[in-house]
Structures are given as C-alpha cells and as structure tokens.
Design a protein around this ligand. Structure first.
Ligand code: FAD
Length: 377
C-alpha cells in the first residue's frame, strides 16, 4: 500500500539574503531542468524575476545557480527513518505516476541518446538516494500474451526531494536502447528496447506505472558526514551519483551537512556524451576542497599506452591516492554497464600487485567493512 506521504511534502524555500536572488532561484527550480549546456547561455541577470536570458532561452537551472546559495529543503519525514522505504509498490499493484518532462541530455555528436526523465509521484513513492524504481512499460508482454511487460529497473538520479525540491518527483537517466542489424548496420525499430523507448518518447502528462523503490547496495552511508566517497560511473551509471552530489552540494538539509570528499570518475564516449556536466562543474567551482571530478572520454582521449581512455585508466592514474583513501576508510561505488567491472578489477588488481598487496585480501576487507558498493546491469 501507498505511504500517505502527502503530509511529508513540503515547499522548498531557497536560502539567501537577497530577495531578488531568492526569487530568481526559486523560479529557476520551478521552470525546467537542462542537463548540459546546449542552449546559448547569455548574460545572467539575477535581479530579474523570470528565468530567461535576453534572447528568451530558458537557462539551465544549474547555470542560474552558479552564484546561488544552496536550496533549503524542508526535511521530509524520510530524514528520520532508520531504514529506507522498500517495495512500497509491487509489480502486481504498481503506482501510476505522471511524466513531468523528458529532456535529451547529450549533444549531437554523442553516440546514442540519453534522456533525463522527471516523474511526478505525488510524494507517494518516497525513496532514498541510490535506490531504483521499476517501470512497467504499457502494452502486452510478447512472451506472456495477455500479461503486462516485465518490470525494468532504473536507478533514481535525484535526491529524495526530487528536482522539484518538494519530495514529489523522481528523476531517471535513461539510455534509449536501439537495435542495429549486425549485417546491414541499420536500425531495426521493431527490436528497439521497449521501456527505454517508452520513457524517452514520453510527453508531459503521460502516465507511467512504477514499482519500488528497491535496492540497498548503493545507499549513501550518512552516519559519517566527513567520509570520502569515490564514485565510478560509466554512462547512465551516473544516476545514483547525481543524487548523492545534489544531496551533498545543492541542497541544504539540516540533518546532513557534508564535509567530506566526493570524487567522481565518469566514463563516456566523447564530450558530447557527458552527463550533468554543468552541475558537476559548478560543484567543482563552489566546493574545490570537497569535490573532485575526472572524466574519461574513450573516443576523444588516449591512455598512456596510446589506447582509448577508459574509466579504469583514470583510476590507474590516481591509484596511489585511491588506495590511500580506501585504506583510510573511503567508500567506493561502481555503477553502469556490467562490462565495466572486469577492466576495473584487472586494473585494481595490477595496482595492488605493484604495491605489494594482495587484491583478493584487500577486496574482501573492503566488502567486510561495507566500503565496496557495486550496481551494474
Ligand atoms: P528491452 O525491450 O528489455 O530490450 C533489451 C535490449 O535488447 C535492448 O538493448 C534492445 O535493443 C535489445 N533487443 C530487443 N529486442 C532484440 C532482439 N530481438 N534482438 C536483439 N536485441 C534486442 N538503464 C538506464 O538506461 N538507466 C539506468 O539508470 C538504469 N538503471 C538500472 C539499474 C538496475 C539495478 C538494473 C538491473 C538495470 C538498469 N538499467 C538502466 C537497465 C534497464 O533496466 C533496461 O534493461 C534497459 O533500459 C533496457 O530496457 P528496454 O525495455 O528498453 O529494452
């Protein structure tokens, strides 16, 4: 059954002394989200009430916040809970939510398409950062005629307050799954991924059946606000980390004041494929002592051996620091396609051997200490 979470919902009140900035910031949050800086961004006039540039483009939210204070959110009851909500809605009785917006996150030279999908759950399907929602696409399951499609899982890319900062929305970062005929190289729409295409094609107001939230592996351990978090993402694996980083650097939550180090490694194909880069670049400017951000662009950069630059090559570059941080208790998280893990594990193993350490022992220690978090699909 649904939580009666309407009582938890609260309105975000941006902090700050300048009322014109307050108005502008608030307006920006209610207007729209842009993932990367694709629209021409012109002079920013924080004294105007509306959130438009002089040419009338809607400016990306995070650009508007370039000099803005954190957004003070009214704490949800979720902040007091000892355990995360789990499977509030199950596949047999999913919650019918509403699409708020769908925006392409990547530029024209990115291979494939990734979309940012904001879903209004009305405060009825609360979650913690790092959890996933299930989505049941409309239509019939071809393998089980007369039955709905199977649930597809998507990591939630927002904090528990959502991009709306009021606890009523959740955002997903979805790669459109396309099928290309290996012989002709042509796209075959009849075989395209059902759910990802449904989500990427959805329009505001469309209904979407969701289940969950699920997952405990990627929860952000908040008992120590000064901890170090090393986040390794490939592609849409960025989703949970966007949620973490917004909680750490964008929202002002009375019960969670982050004072540690968050270090994000993001691997994508090229610079047009970077996801949420404007948000992360802003944290880098605003919190240089608490945030590090390294990208591996496989089709644009070379590793030191002259091959493609993958996320494990970046890890290798900083391996001494990473191993030291792990020895000091850092948490390390991995999220993205399954195929990312073997290359990363090989690199970590090689580095350990070079340091005269046993990777097997180190890994089992990290797992025992609950420092090792993996969600790959
Ligand atoms: P499906 O319809 O299930 O098809 C699956 C794949 O098979 C597609 O690539 C499709 O192109 C291909 N295919 C379909 N038909 C054929 C055919 N006849 N022959 C050959 N190939 C075919 N995905 C995200 O984008 N973002 C996330 O944040 C995310 N988080 C996840 C978290 C977890 C814990 C898990 C388990 C998965 C996550 N996924 C995520 C993956 C997601 O659940 C789906 O698997 C993905 O979106 C594809 O689902 P689909 O319905 O679009 O494709």
């Amino acid at each position: 059954m649904a939580h009666s979470a309407v009582s938890q919902v609260s309105v975000a009140v941006p902090v700050g002394s300048d009322s014109s900035i307050r108005r502008s910031v608030f307006k920006a949050h209610t207007l729209s989200f842009c993932g990367t800086l694709r629209a021409p961004v012109l002079t920013l006039d924080l004294s105007t009430k509306n959130a438009r540039s002089k040419k009338g483009y809607t400016i990306c939210m995070s650009v508007q916040q370039a000099n803005a204070p954190k957004v003070a959110v009214s704490p949800l009851q979720l902040e007091d809970a000892k355990e995360p909500p789990l499977n509030t809605f199950k596949p047999k009785e999913p919650y019918t939510a509403t699409i708020v917006s769908v925006e392409r996150l990547v530029g024209p030279k990115a291979p494939g398409e990734v979309c940012h999908v904001v879903i209004d759950h009305g405060g009825n399907v609360p979650y913690w950062e790092g959890q996933s929602y299930g989505v049941i696409p409309p239509g019939e399951n071809p393998k089980k005629p007369g039955n709905p499609h199977n649930v597809r899982l998507y990591s939630i890319a927002s904090t528990r307050y959502g991009d709306s900062f009021d606890g009523r929305t959740a955002s997903l970062c979805v790669r459109r799954a396309l099928y290309y005929d290996p012989e002709t190289g042509k796209e075959d729409p009849s075989k395209s991924g059902v759910c990802s295409n449904f989500l990427c094609n959805a329009k505001p107001g469309d209904k979407v059946k969701i289940t969950g939230p699920s997952g405990k592996i990627m929860l952000l351990p908040e008992d120590n606000p000064n901890a170090t978090h090393i986040m390794i993402a490939t592609g849409t694996g960025i989703a949970p980390f966007r949620g973490y980083l917004r909680r750490m650097f964008m929202e002002s939550v009375p019960t969670y004041k982050f004072g540690g180090l968050a270090w994000l490694f993001l691997g994508v194909a090229n610079s047009d494929s970077l996801l949420y880069d404007d948000e992360f670049s802003k944290y880098l400017r605003d919190y240089p002592d608490n945030f590090r951000y390294d990208t591996a662009l496989s089709r644009e950069q070379n590793n030191k051996k002259g091959g493609k630059m993958y996320v494990q090559d970046k890890i290798e570059e900083y391996s001494d620091e990473i191993f030291k941080l792990l020895d000091e208790g850092a948490h390390i998280y991995f999220c993205g396609l399954k195929g990312m893990m073997p290359g990363i594990q090989d690199t970590l193993k090689r580095v350990a051997v070079e340091r005269g350490e046993s990777w097997e022992e180190k890994l089992s220690q990290l797992k025992k200490n609950k420092q090792w978090h993996v969600e790959v699909y």
